[in-house]
Design a protein around this ligand. Structure first.
Ligand SMILES: [Zn+2]
Length: 249
């Protein structure tokens, strides 16, 4: 058996190419290098970019990638109904906003199709195209919080995977600004330390998400400690957050 290398990745990143991103590519790369990641996967909003700006991102990502730090440019495709589908490794825009067509587009460019934060909006979910996806976010840090996923997000993933066996459990920082960073990594088990090697490993589920309080395999298997914490500590942390919001108001 060929041995694999473990790379520490940060998934679901936005730069200033996205209207709500606060860090330029240089700033984002500098920031995540300082956090000791081996690679980052960028996912700009499809509606904020055009062919020219994506081509520019591809070229700058290639130029700035080194043997120790890889930058994988990609897109987060907005479909109708405000549905967001991430195309890891895909930099070509799609002319359709139909989920099935977008997923086909992602696959035709050898990318990984992942449903973003399904529990924060009431997405019109259809098993027909959900079964075409490679994965779904079980925790989206920017929308759900830095410490733990919300039980609603986990439940949503579990509902979807019941009808679409093999749907991989992804986590995403959905990082737009440094303040919302948390120590979440996608430990990725690759044959080659290349962009293709990483995309291939993500596609086949050779990864595991890890943070100080929570970890989950690509098969959606949550560690026992993580399960306990989502229940008990999650309520506490969410309570603390609403108390803080109340004070700020
Ligand atoms: Zn995003």
């Amino acid at each position: 058996m060929i041995s694999r290398m473990t790379l520490r990745g940060a998934l679901h990143m936005h730069t200033t190419l996205s209207h709500d991103g606060s860090m330029s590519l240089d700033e984002l790369v500098g920031f995540l290098k300082s956090k000791s990641y081996d690679y980052i996967a960028i996912t700009e909003h499809s509606y904020d970019v055009d062919d020219g700006s994506m081509q520019d991102l591809v070229e700058r990502s290639q130029r700035m990638s080194t043997a120790d730090f890889l930058i994988i440019p990609g897109l987060e495709f907005r479909c109708h109904g405000w549905l967001d589908i991430i195309g890891y490794g895909v930099t070509q825009l799609c002319d359709s906003d139909e989920p099935a067509a977008v997923i086909d587009h992602i696959h035709s460019h050898d990318g990984v199709a992942v449903l973003a934060h399904p529990n924060i909006r009431d997405y019109p979910i259809d098993n027909q195209w959900v079964s075409m996806l490679d994965g779904c976010e079980i925790w989206n840090v920017s929308n759900e919080g830095k410490y733990l996923p919300q039980s609603g997000g986990i439940k949503k993933y579990q509902q979807l995977v019941a009808d679409s066996p093999g749907l991989l459990a992804f986590t995403g920082l959905d990082l737009h600004r440094p303040e919302s960073y948390c120590n979440l990594s996608t430990m990725t088990y690759v044959h080659d330390k290349t962009g293709d090697g990483i995309i291939g490993a993500l596609k086949e589920g050779a990864f595991r998400s890890e943070s100080p309080l929570f970890s989950v395999g690509s098969d959606g298997d949550i560690s026992a400690a993580g399960r306990f914490r989502v229940g008990a500590l999650g309520t506490l942390l969410n309570g603390a957050r609403s108390a803080r919001d109340l004070i700020r108001r």
